[in-house]
Design a protein around this ligand. Structure first.
Ligand code: PAF
Length: 274
């Protein structure tokens, strides 16, 4: 497995591998890899990629000033091992300084799908995500990139960016990986105490208690009260159309129910697509 830290060297290698006929997959991550990330790498293997480039980069541009950039968990050694075991062929560990050169001044903003949900709560977040992902697309020369369904809004925004800016690659969205308890895997779960992990189950339980067919308002109320009962603080509960991310009236096929909630100081997200 190859290791890159220099964006220019990664780009040169990917360009040469693509010219030689290799099918290239990109798996963008912020590291501290768990089974969710491993499933994205395995999806790239399953789809027959010859080169699977995993980027491990805690992107400062997508964090707000009061968010957890400094304390975001990092473990390069463990990430390296997990990438190798899952079938990656290259890992990219850039630094903020070599991704964002002095006087970096070009950013990508998406102005429709990013208005609500996490976009409304985390101003500038998707601008940071789109910018770094666009850079990774250009560096990796990938034929396809794999993202997780847990970040549903992010995946829809990336697809829109690919469409609107004519990036020449496919976006694959892989299912959420959950712990046996139902809790969606997340690098941020590491912040949770045992008791908080227990309370956090209210998120997946309330999402999976929905049967489909409920009025959105009733479903939202039901989830919010389950979260409150478990001691969580609801950031949002929304039922949206999967394509437009606009409010839906009913929980029905073609909609997604999304939740963001604070469990202690930790903000968790989860969703269920119908
Ligand atoms: O989903 C993530 O981990 C990040 O937002 C991503 C796509 C790697 C960009 O930094």
């Amino acid at each position: 497995m190859k290791k890159f830290t220099d964006p220019a060297k990664l780009q040169k290698w990917c360009r040469e591998r693509r010219a030689a006929g290799a099918k290239i997959a990109l798996v963008p991550t912020m590291g501290y890899l768990h089974e969710g990330h491993v499933s994205l790498i395995k999806e790239a293997v399953r789809r027959g990629a010859d080169e699977i480039v995993v980027s491990v980069f805690v992107n400062p541009v997508q964090f707000g000033p009061n968010e957890d950039y400094d304390k975001y968990p990092r473990d390069e050694k463990a990430d390296w091992k997990k990438c190798r075991e899952a079938g990656a062929t290259a890992v990219f560990f850039p630094t903020p300084a070599n991704m964002y050169l002095d006087r970096h001044s070009v950013y990508v903003t998406e102005e429709d799908l990013s208005r609500g949900l996490c976009g409304a709560r985390r101003p500038g977040h998707f601008r940071g995500v789109c910018t770094v992902v666009a850079k990774l697309f250009n560096l990796s020369h990938a034929h396809f990139a794999v993202f997780g369904h847990k970040d549903f809004q992010q995946a829809q925004i990336i697809k829109r960016m690919v469409r609107d800016l004519n990036f020449d690659l496919d976006i694959v969205v892989a299912p959420i990986v959950r712990e046996e308890t139902g809790l969606a895997k997340s690098s941020r779960n590491t912040y949770l105490s045992a008791a908080e992990k227990e309370s956090a189950l209210a998120i997946s339980k309330s999402l999976y208690a929905l049967k489909g067919g409920e009025r959105a308002a009733a479903a939202k109320k039901k989830i919010a009260s389950a979260l409150e009962k478990a001691g969580l603080k609801t950031d949002y509960v929304e039922v949206v159309d999967v394509e437009t991310l606009e409010d839906a009236k009913t929980v029905a096929p073609g909609t997604c129910v999304l939740v963001a909630a604070y469990c202690g100081k930790t903000r968790l997200i989860d969703n269920r697509e119908f």
